[in-house]
Unconditional design. Structure first.
Length: 230
């Protein structure tokens, strides 16, 4: 059976390209999707069901001039969560917005139980706060499943203690890289084990990564029933 794809419609609003479309989903029926301008550089993506019910939303900042997006709050309603890939749909909409508006980077603060979700769509750790850095290092040190990563975390801790201010930026960079390696180890473990971060932290998705992995993202668009290709 040939899958019918839905083509997003684009319109200009306050200097930005915003998309809308209606997408048919089994069980849920037709979902109306629209990206709306709220005020200044603030926008919201809304997923609305056939009966007018709210299925999900994504509040974000977007500035084409700065080539930057900041995701504030992406959420699907509890009773639809984990069943219909609505979180993925919201993420793919944000990626379309990113491409069409020449955004080079999306930044967000990830809650601890959403780190793995964001990582699956290309987000990388962007550790910038001392508490996040120290908490993640302690977690990796005490995770006895990965001794090599534990040793790397101990080395970063020792350098922090030894070099202080002279090691701040490098410590953040090394911790971010280490955290991404740790995520790669745990992301395919059973759900109870993979969502094991004790605290959330900052993450980022770069346009460069999307372009380098466009075949993967294009497959996701088709899976969601969207006629859109990077």
């Amino acid at each position: 059976m040939v899958k019918i794809l839905t083509k997003p419609h684009w319109r200009m609003n306050s200097g930005a390209k915003l998309c809308s479309f209606s997408l048919h989903k089994e069980v849920l029926g037709n979902i109306k999707t629209k990206v709306l301008h709220e005020r200044d550089f603030n926008y919201v993506t809304k997923l609305i069901g056939e009966a007018g019910e709210n299925l999900g939303r994504d509040h974000f900042y977007m500035s084409p001039k700065e080539h930057l997006m900041v995701d504030f709050d992406m959420k699907t309603e509890d009773k639809y969560r984990g069943k219909y890939r609505l979180g993925e749909l919201l993420r793919l909409i944000s990626i379309m917005q990113m491409i069409e508006n020449n955004i080079k980077k999306v930044e967000l603060y990830s809650r601890e139980n959403a780190v793995i979700f964001h990582a699956k769509y290309g987000f990388k750790s962007n550790i910038r706060r001392f508490f996040h850095r120290d908490s993640i290092l302690e977690q990796i040190i005490h995770d006895k499943r990965f001794e090599d990563l534990s040793q790397r975390a101990k080395y970063i801790q020792e350098r922090i203690a030894k070099d202080g201010d002279n090691f701040i930026q490098e410590a953040f960079q090394r911790t971010s890289i280490l955290t991404d390696d740790y995520i790669q180890r745990i992301k395919n473990l059973p759900q109870a084990e993979s969502n094991s971060f004790k605290h959330g932290f900052d993450m980022k998705l770069e346009k460069k990564f999307i372009l380098e992995n466009k075949a993967k993202f294009n497959e996701m668009f088709i899976r969601q029933g969207l006629d859109y290709q990077i």
